[in-house]
Design a protein around this ligand. Structure first.
Ligand code: SAM
Ligand code: SF4
Length: 330
């Protein structure tokens, strides 16, 4: 069967599934502080509907899945969904992106269900800075979650840290030492214009090159890691003595759109061909109205075929999507 290919020749094998838009913290670069309008529970795709969609997408070339949200671990019994997806022939890899607050209590069940990769989002190693960013408590739980994930055998465990100018500079060197001490890879993500408050400004982006320069000056030179996946959003490095891995997701300073192999489905079943897409395809409506699998497959193909060349953050044409990150699924 023809792969999921767009007009720029990009083949799509990687699906991000958002399982909820709810979250137990309130990171300022993602959610509003108060009065968040969450989706009705009945609007969320059920596990069976998600599984159905994935079964339609696998013959089209889908191989890798990442579960996200909102906070995926607030969705009840997430491990049940993991087990359903892991049982689908053709799915080679299932990952999870989580804020880690509930990870310690769920790590074992998730691992047993077939999850193998975990990215924990943690922007600061200073508990007060953590609270300033997330507007909630929970730092110790996240650290315990990272430890629990490693203890039950997740490998690799990666930490995602959003880098914001004027706020997280002091976290860079401690994260470098944390990577060296623990073996956890730290991936610095440039702040993107997907915040609910619309407060993003280019001046607030702490660029990957600046972070790398600080690490090299304060710790030691970085060298590129061999054998990197050309589709991975992060460029990966290790310290020159081979101890400690760091990565950079430089979505703003060095967009990687031309190697993108990802598509997304929101918690309410809207298919998006890009994080920054302004258009969606209503898969939930198709699933609930009894559409044939061939119609759903055609809708997936059409969505991918219509993918734009890139996100245009760096141009005056850029339009911020009307869904913030927590509602799209990061
Ligand atoms: N709640 C989970 C978490 O935080 O890991 C999963 C969803 S979250 C939306 C996915 C990732 O997007 C996190 O690593 C988060 O830090 C990142 N993120 C959210 N808003 C962002 C923004 N405006 N710019 C860059 N990264 C962002
Ligand atoms: Fe929640 Fe993740 Fe958004 Fe933070 S980034 S508010 S943890 S969904």
């Amino acid at each position: 069967m023809q792969p999921l290919i767009d007009t720029f020749g990009r083949v799509h094998t990687n699906l991000r599934i958002s399982v909820t838009d709810r979250c137990n913290i309130r990171c300022f670069y993602c959610m509003p502080a108060e009065n968040v309008q969450f989706m009705e529970r009945a609007a969320l795709l059920t596990f069976e509907e998600i599984e159905h969609f994935v079964r339609v997408a696998v013959p089209l070339g889908l191989k890798q899945i990442r579960l996200t949200g909102g906070e995926p671990l607030v969705r009840k019994d997430l491990h049940v969904l993991v087990a359903k997806l892991a049982a689908i022939e053709g799915i080679e890899d299932i990952g999870l992106t989580t804020n880690g607050i509930l990870l310690a209590e769920q790590a074992l069940a998730l691992h047993d269900a077939g999850l193998r990769r975990i990215n924990v989002s943690l922007d600061a190693l200073d508990p007060q800075k953590f609270e300033q960013i997330t507007r909630r408590q929970g730092f110790e739980k996240v650290i315990a979650g990272i430890q629990a994930a490693r203890d039950v055998g997740f490998d690799p465990v990666k930490v995602n840290a959003v880098a914001v100018r004027g706020l997280t500079e002091d976290e860079i060197v401690p994260f470098g030492h944390f990577a060296r001490r623990t073996g956890v890879e730290i991936r610095f993500i440039e702040f993107m214009p997907l915040d609910a408050d619309g407060a993003w400004q280019r001046e607030k982006v702490l660029f990957a090159d600046e972070i790398a320069a600080i690490l090299e000056r304060e710790i030691m030179p970085l060298i590129p890691r061999p054998g990197q996946d050309p589709h991975a959003p992060a460029s990966e490095f290790m310290f020159a003595d081979g101890v400690g891995h760091v990565g950079f997701i430089s979505s703003v300073s060095r967009p990687f759109c031309m190697s993108c192999d990802r598509f997304r489905i929101t918690a309410d079943g809207k298919l998006r061909n890009c994080l920054f897409s302004l258009e969606e395809t209503d898969i939930r409506e198709m699933l609930r109205s009894g559409a044939e699998d061939s119609e759903i497959a055609r809708a997936i193909r059409e969505s991918i075929a219509a993918k734009n060349e890139g996100h245009e953050i760096n141009t005056s044409r850029f339009i911020q999507p009307n869904r913030p990150m927590y509602s799209i699924g990061g």
